[in-house]
Structures are given as C-alpha cells and as structure tokens.
Design a protein around this ligand. Sequence first.
Ligand code: NIG
Ligand code: FE
Length: 415
Amino acid sequence: MASILIKNIKTLYGINSAGVIKKSGVEMSELQSISDAYLQIENGLISNFGQMSDLIQNRMYDTEIDAQNKMVLPSFVDSHTHLVYAGSREIEYIDKIKGLSYEEIARRGGGILNSAKKIQLISEDELFEESRVRIREIMEQGTCAVEIKSGYGLYPDEELKMLRVIKRIKAETPLIIKATYLAAHAVPSEYKGRQSDYVDLVVNETLPQVAAEGLADFADVFCDKGFFTVPETEKILKAAALYGLRPKIHANELDFSGGVQIACKYNALSADHLEYVGDSEIEAFKQSQTMPTILPGAALFLNLPHAPARKMIDAGLPLAVASDYNPGSSPSGNMKLMLSLAMINHRMTAQECLNAGTINTAYAMNVTDITGSIRIGNYANVIITKPIPTIEFFLYSYGNSLIDTVLLKGEIIGS
Ligand code: NIG
Ligand code: FE
C-alpha cells in the first residue's frame, strides 16, 4: 500500500500522543497541535508526524501533498445515526409547521411508524442502494467512522433486514462501522395498548435472532415520554446484556425520562439527546463511564430546548456531539455543521466542539484505539482543510464545507 507525506501543514490538530481515550471538562478545551507540521502515512496508518524542521528528507513517497496554509485534523466520528432508512419524510415537516408536536405526529401514524411502513415495502437490496448514497455523502463530508442503528423495522424480519444492510455497508466501505440494534423505537399500531407484549416480542424473538446472526455491536432503547418507560428499558437492557450487547440509549429528549439514570446504571457507552438534563442527571453521569452525547441537528430541526452542554462540561463531564442522521428529526449527517451548531446553540468553543466530534464520539462507539485522534498506529483518517486563517474559522464559517481533501485509511476520497 501507498506511502503518503502531507507536508507544510499550517497546523496539525488533535494530537493524542498520550493515548487518551476521552476528554472531560476543561480537557475539552485542549486541542493539542503542532504548527508547520508534517504527517506521514504508511499502509493506511499514521506512521509519524512532527515539525517540518524535524522531517528527515531522505526518501520518496508514493504521494506528497503540500498543505501550505491548510490545517489537518482528525476526521469526524459520528457515534449516533439512523442512516439506513427508506424514502423520506419531508411532508411531515408541513404538519410540524402547522404546529403539531413530535409526539402528535407520531400518534397520527407519522414519525417513526411512517418510516417503518416504508421499510416493509422495500427490499434489502434497494435499502442497501439507498443507504450507500448517504454513506458516500458523509464520507465526502469528512466522517471516517459511523454508528448506524436499526429501529425502523419494528418486527423481527424487518429489523434483521436493516441490520443485514448495515453489515453489507460495513463490508464494502472504508468507513469504520458499528451496528446498533435499536430494539425499542416505537410501538407498532398492531400492538397499540399492548406495549408490554411488544417488549416481549423484542426480548423473546427479535433480540435472540439479532444475536444469533451476530448483527449488532450495541443495543438501544428510546427511553422517553410517550415511547418506552424505565422498567421496559431495564427489561430490554438486561436481556441485551446476556448477549453481550452494551447499551447506547436515546434519553431525555422529550422529558426528564429517567433514561440517563438507567443508561448509567447499565454502563451504557453513551446516553444521547439530553435536552432534559438537570443536577440529578449530571450526578449520574459523573458516577459512570457513559458518554453524554448531544445531537444539535435534531434539536434544531425539532425546535427542542437546547441540551445544557455548557453546564455539563463546566461540571467536569465529557461531552460528545453526533448527527442523529435520520429522516424524521435530523435529515443531515454533516458533522461539520453539527459542530457549528454546537458552537452556536450550545456555547461550546471550537476546541470543545472538535474534541466532541472526534475523540469523544470515538469513545461513544468504542473505536478510540483506532481513530478519532492523531496518533501513531491509528488509521490515517484525516481532513485537510482549505486555506483558513484559524481553526475557529472552520466552524464559525458554518454551512461552508472548507474541506479540501479527505483521507480514509490512507486513501484520498475527495478533493
Ligand atoms: O433520534 N428520538 C428517537 N429517534 C430518532 C428519530 C426518529 C424519527 O423520527 O424517525 C431520533 O431523533
Ligand atoms: Fe436517534
């Protein structure tokens, strides 16, 4: 495989020589960097980096990239998406404009149930083709690792269909992929009024099949007002633990649901959304290894109150930012935009945002040992920016790509 030298880098960001696995509190403002730097890549991995003045120029590389006036940073890690889905739901947005709430739209058969209907009508091959378009898109937008959830299937066969598509994506893309079985996302209409029977179906039928085929790395539950309760969540997480599936939980998006506490109790890798977080949730996070994750795209699109990110970081917690890419609440997987939103709406600095969307999201999908920072031996997953004056400019200039080149496992993706 090829050797690459990126030279004359204005500033190389996101260096992690100490092998840190996540950043918490004030550490989040530290984005270690080297000015006038080089980065060497060998066989798809970062093999060396340092100051240009220390570069020993005694060899040839297959490719040399001159990054004069450009910055290099670790590619984005998106630890929460639902990017395998069928069709789209822009029409529901009109209902929303007319004033219907997320829960009201869901009650009328819209929302998640609408996507579930579309999953039933699509073949596995078609679903794969639709989803790989989005995979290509996020690759070009600088994402190098992505967690993808099922959860629009609702029934065993349909959930397996979604998870098999995720498995196929994993096999064919240079992206690092983790699959999450979103066991309880919404109650199908046929089970209306019999929610506990539905939870039994999940635990007794779908989960064992998912585990038998080895289709999931993690398990998820939408533990929130109008969706699944704490006892139901607990039942599912206990069952998932028997199959070795660590939780990642949708929590506290619509209310103080108890989701954060249950996520922490079951050692979830992350608890995500977090619009409703108070002192008790912060305390629960403090006592846990669970990564608090905010999803600023969903909050923007649904006009939700903003998660108290500042308060969480100031309390010493780590914080991750992911896209929630899905057809209902965040129809974008653009991580750069998500980080700009975190800066604008959550009052996070550029350094905090970049840590939140790289090393901390890598933690939230259990891939910190291979990506999410500039470290020798990590995959060469980096973004080369266009010429920019400062790293702050990269996120301040929201909505503009400013990405010149993306390298995924040492391969140049787009320029
Ligand atoms: O993370 N909150 C729960 N689930 C998704 C939304 C799914 C949908 O509306 O299709 C989310 O926002
Ligand atoms: Fe989600």
